[in-house]
Design a protein around this ligand. Structure first.
Ligand code: AVJ
Ligand code: FE
Length: 443
């Protein structure tokens, strides 16, 4: 058990270093609202500490509130993001002091905890997994806020790519770079993982007909063919809501893309303009754009079950893997995760991360939009609170899978479900396409 406690403490320390690095900025940048759809960064900073206090100190350990008067300000349901700058938030220094005070007590609770007790929060260290993952998720949100702000930091590009892989063909729009997933059942979701969110549970059997799925996420180069070929001007490719959205918002390209006088695409990434690299997965597209591209290419988005089967199902063992490459935790050779780079890696860069069916870069790079609404699995039970998942179920949010370059390795797996409104583009999201297999292609 002490090995587990050490791993938990190391994970808590690492995520806090990340949160502090992303908020190592002038106070003015921390309290400013960079976009009406995002919180001021100082809200995220105090919120992760308040969440940690609520779940570890109060709910799990039964301690009294440290600062009961601030709880309401950091309750994500009490105030939408747009209202948060008007609140009398803790200053950046107060927020740092508060979260450090919480953390000190959390480490004492961890020290004294019996992680082998059959307690739903403490058993197996579940509550520590919850708060660590939660803080990493806010880290990714803070990065999206920084990208929207146009501010140059934080650096990233801290880790080299694995040794240069053999250069592979960039998949062309609607082209042949796809893999077949034969018909048959697999087990979706998980009941067993020590820490998985309520929305990933329980494990359940899903039987799918055969389908093809792209080997790689759709690249900037492929997406530019859609953009340059008038994809944004032809309502045939768009759903009615998607067309209304693109018309009202005058969307003509992914967020952060601009065209130069010669017609070449540039993007602004953390405050700097650069040519759009053709062989990186496209990011900052909405579900509407992903769905329109797929229709233009004669394809469709995969359902989340199709995505998950292509990611984790191993026909040789009949089991679902935690990751495409197996059950080993993600290493630098497997996937572009954890902000080692500050952008997606080119397609073909992670052959060691291929899934059993041959799909690559399903984990890391970009969150991948699926055709599925965010709905509960059969037998769903809210844990530890309804507001994590249950209140979001329905036809307002689409499911995203696989994590991005900004997602921490401990915060994603084959069964992990993310969700957002179909019109959102600030998240590090792209997609890959699929199509149903014909009757003579049952594999
Ligand atoms: C799973 C990314 C949609 O940011 O709203 C953070 C994660 N939940 N705090 C979000 C979350 C509570 C959530 N997403
Ligand atoms: Fe939160």
């Amino acid at each position: 058990m002490s090995g587990l406690k050490e791993r938990i403490a190391a994970g808590l320390e690492a995520v806090r270093a990340r949160s502090l690095a992303y908020t190592d900025l002038d106070d003015e940048l921390l309290v400013r609202q960079h976009s009406p759809i995002m919180s001021p960064l100082v809200w995220d900073l105090a919120h992760v500490g308040n969440y940690e206090e609520l779940w570890v100190l109060r709910e799990a350990a039964g301690l009294a509130p440290l600062r009961p008067e601030i709880d309401e300000m950091y309750d994500a349901f009490a105030h939408p993001r747009g209202e948060r700058p008007e609140l009398p938030l803790l200053s950046p220094d107060e927020a740092r002091a508060y979260i450090a005070r919480v953390r000190g007590r959390v480490l004492d609770v961890l020290d004294a905890a019996d992680l082998s007790a059959p307690d739903p929060l403490c058993g197996g260290g579940v509550v520590f997994g919850l708060v660590t993952q939660h803080e990493h998720q806010h880290g990714e949100t803070m990065l999206a806020t920084l990208q929207l702000s146009g501010h140059p930091g934080p650096p990233g590009d801290g880790g080299p790519l694995p040794p240069a892989p053999p250069r592979r063909a960039v998949p062309r729009a609607g082209g042949a770079a796809e893999v077949l997933v034969p018909a048959g059942p697999f087990v979706a979701g998980t009941s067993a993982r020590p820490f998985a969110y309520d929305n990933e549970r329980p494990a359940h059997r899903v039987d799918l007909p055969a389908y093809w799925i792209d080997r790689f996420p759709v690249t900037n180069g492929a997406y530019a063919a859609f953009t340059d070929g008038g994809g944004y001007d032809d309502p045939r490719w768009w759903t009615a809501r998607g067309w209304a959205w693109r018309t009202r918002r005058e969307v003509r390209a992914p967020l952060f893309w601009t065209r130069d006088a010669g017609g070449a695409w540039w993007r602004t990434r953390f405050g700097r303009a650069e040519p759009v690299p053709p062989d990186e997965p496209v990011q900052h597209v909405s579900w509407y754009e992903a769905d329109a591209y797929a229709r233009w290419a004669g394809r469709r988005l995969p359902s989340e079950a199709e995505w998950e089967k292509a990611c984790g199902f191993d026909p040789a063992s009949g089991r679902a893997r935690a990751f495409p490459w197996g059950d080993a935790e993600p290493g630098p050779e497997h996937a572009n995760l954890g902000h080692r780079l500050s952008h997606p890696a080119p397609v073909g860069a992670f052959p060691a991360g291929a899934s059993p069916c041959g799909a690559e870069q399903m984990i890391g790079e970009v969150w991948e939009w699926t055709s599925s609404w965010f709905l509960p699995y059969p037998g769903f039970r809210a844990f530890p609170y309804r507001e994590y998942s249950e209140v979001f179920f329905g036809r307002a949010y689409r499911v995203l899978r696989g994590g991005s370059w900004a997602t921490h390795p401990s915060a994603v797996r084959a069964t992990f479900r993310n969700w957002d409104h179909p019109y959102r583009r600030q998240i590090f999201a792209g997609f890959r396409c699929a199509r149903s297999a014909g009757p003579d292609e049952e594999g």
